[in-house]
Design a protein around this ligand. Structure first.
Ligand code: PEP
Length: 252
């Protein structure tokens, strides 16, 4: 498997865990033998990033943020810039999560600005795309995610796109316990891979109720290079079960 498609498991903690809880999680995680064949990312809340960076030390676990502003600095009350994230050791940033799109009004255009800014600052974007339950029922999932993906990568070179990560997260599967079928997710992710030049080399993830029990079947699919994990990333055993499933993909 080419280096560019090295399996990746990213934990999106959302608005969970204090500084103390973050330190405890990382101590427990680093006590486990993490596989060398895959990349592991945790994305704590902004308030815990510094403590996470400190606790991760020289470990191979990467630090991610859950969103960012595209500007380096300025009069944007409440926002966090890529420069601030880099100072805290952040190397990945989740952009366009459906919760950001639906609850905080993030548009395709603003996500594109953030993607281009992250790339310019050397932070790897993990771009989340996905259809609603109604769009899924109407059979327009592929059209929807292709349109979100094309918009997110407007103005990005193929070489840069190839170094990015895209997570297909059907909204009806997020936090619901409902999981897309491995074949269905693989087909949609195949369309994502083909719709922007460079994404054929990128790591494309599935997200939406991924757990230890379903992760291996999802990652056995040719287009699925790993997972963006919400709920199951909040406990070390839950997260490690998915990390172990990714090891099996790396060794396949
Ligand atoms: C997510 O929100 O990115 C996610 C995949 O959540 P969950 O794993 O809880 O469905």
């Amino acid at each position: 498997m080419a280096h560019a498609r090295r399996p990746l498991i990213a934990g999106n903690w959302k608005m969970h865990k204090t500084v103390a809880q973050t330190r405890a999680f990382i101590a427990e995680l680093l006590a486990a033998a993490l596989p060398e064949e895959i990349d592991v990312v945790i994305a704590p809340p902004f308030t815990a990033l510094e403590a996470a960076h400190d606790a991760l030390g020289e470990s191979p676990v990467f630090l991610g943020a859950q969103t960012m502003h595209e500007g380096a600095q300025g009069p944007f009350t409440g926002e966090i810039s890529p420069v601030m994230l880099i100072e805290l050791g952040v190397t990945y940033v989740i952009l366009g999560h459906s919760e950001r799109r639906l609850q905080f009004g993030e548009s395709d255009a603003s996500i594109n600005n953030k993607v281009r800014s992250a790339i310019a600052h050397g932070i790897t974007p993990v771009v989340a795309v996905g259809e609603t339950e109604a769009e899924h029922a109407a059979g327009v999932a592929r059209v929807r995610v292709v349109s979100q993906t094309v918009a997110a990568f407007a103005g990005v070179t193929a070489a840069d796109a190839g170094r990015c990560v895209v997570a297909y997260e059907p909204i009806w599967a997020i936090g619901t316990g409902l999981v897309d079928s491995p074949e269905g997710a693989n087909a949609v992710i195949g369309e994502i891979r083909a719709c922007v030049a460079g994404l054929e080399n990128a790591r494309l993830l599935y997200g939406g109720s991924m757990k230890g029990e379903n992760a291996a079947a999802l990652m056995a699919q040719p287009n699925i290079d790993g997972g963006l994990v919400g709920g199951a990333s909040l406990t070390v055993p839950g997260f490690l079960a998915i990390v172990e499933a990714a090891r099996a993909r790396a060794n396949a």
